[in-house]
Ligand binder design. Structure first.
Ligand SMILES: Cc1ncc(C[n+]2csc(CCOP(=O)(O)OP(=O)(O)O)c2C)c(N)n1
Length: 288
């Protein structure tokens, strides 16, 4: 069912809070992976605040849905999201990536409650997620597993090996999501290593492909529901996103894959995020 207007507004505000806290944490840390954090924030907010059967207070419940964030370099966004979920103390974000902190740039699942896996070495999440999904089948459990990949991450052969196995075992309790923000660490994906025709590749591997605007919460919500309802094939949800979405000088600039800000840039980014939130809320008023 489509998002109600009040739900949509509430989720917009959550996503804004996560973006703002991601920016703050990057500033406090002296640098972080902003580009790929901002492209994934809408999806992660919708997943954790609406669809994932996951209760922060009971984060180790064996029947919880699992999400493996394979593009683990966005630890800064995960930390902000987990703080909004009440899994991490906001004050602790001020230690992010500093010497002695529990919070490294790639988060450690042994130290951060609710984090399913330590990721960051790209290309491992799909296989981990498939194992998690197959475990549910063997144990007769009904939890779902989601895995979030970067598009540049799909240069890793291990992603396609896991995709082949996912289709082979018809793991329909696993939803693969790709943040197709068009950029990787060092440029546009099509210049560095061509991915297109990207959706056809997933189809050829036996997936039902669903494509969605990754920055439009209502459309994204419809796509996620469709993905959850697909039962005859494994699903790949490809999110049309933009690296650095929401901050003018980061959007579409791969140099903001990882970056640091002085105070002037930080203030500018804060202003951008406020304007961006206003635009997004105006869209809800127009479309809901
Ligand atoms: C195995 C491995 N090789 C290289 C890296 C360095 N690295 C970190 S992020 C990144 C680019 C990833 O691009 P993408 O998946 O598109 O990430 P996003 O744009 O969503 O941040 C690379 C090459 C890594 N973390 N792991």
């Amino acid at each position: 069912m489509a998002l109600t207007k009040s739900e949509w507004i509430e989720l917009e505000k959550k996503a804004s809070a996560v973006r703002q806290l991601t920016l703050d944490t990057c500033y406090w840390a002296g640098g972080a992976h902003m580009g790929g954090s901002l492209s994934s924030t809408d999806f992660l907010t919708l997943l954790y605040f609406k669809y994932l059967n996951f209760e922060p207070k009971n984060y180790a419940d064996e029947n919880r849905d699992r999400c493996i964030i394979s593009k683990g370099h966005i630890g800064v966004a995960i930390a902000a999201l987990f703080s909004e979920l009440g899994l991490l103390d906001r004050e602790e974000l001020k230690t992010f990536n500093l010497t002695g902190s529990r919070l490294g740039v790639h988060l450690d699942s042994r130290k951060v409650k609710g984090l399913e896996a330590s990721t960051g070495s790209l290309g491992h999440g799909s296989a981990l997620a498939l194992g998690t999904a197959l475990a549910a089948r063997v144990q007769g459990k009904s939890y779902k597993t989601w895995v979030l990949l970067g598009d540049g991450e799909c240069d890793e052969g291990s992603v396609w090996e896991a995709a082949m196995a996912t289709a082979n075992f018809n793991a329909t309790n696993l939803i693969t999501v790709v943040d197709r923000n068009k950029f990787m660490i060092d440029g546009n994906t099509e210049d560095v290593m061509k991915l297109e025709p990207f959706s056809d590749k997933w189809r050829a591997f036996g997936f039902e492909v669903i494509e969605a605007d990754g920055h439009h919460l209502s459309k994204l919500s419809d796509a996620m529901e469709k993905a959850m309802q697909t039962k005859d094939k494994p699903v790949c949800l490809i999110l049309d996103t933009l690296k650095g979405e929401g901050i003018s000088f980061m959007a579409g600039d791969h140099k903001w894959h990882y970056g640091a800000m002085d105070e002037v840039k930080y203030e500018l980014a804060k202003k951008d995020l406020l304007e961006y939130e206003a635009k997004r809320l105006a869209r809800v008023e127009k479309e809901a």
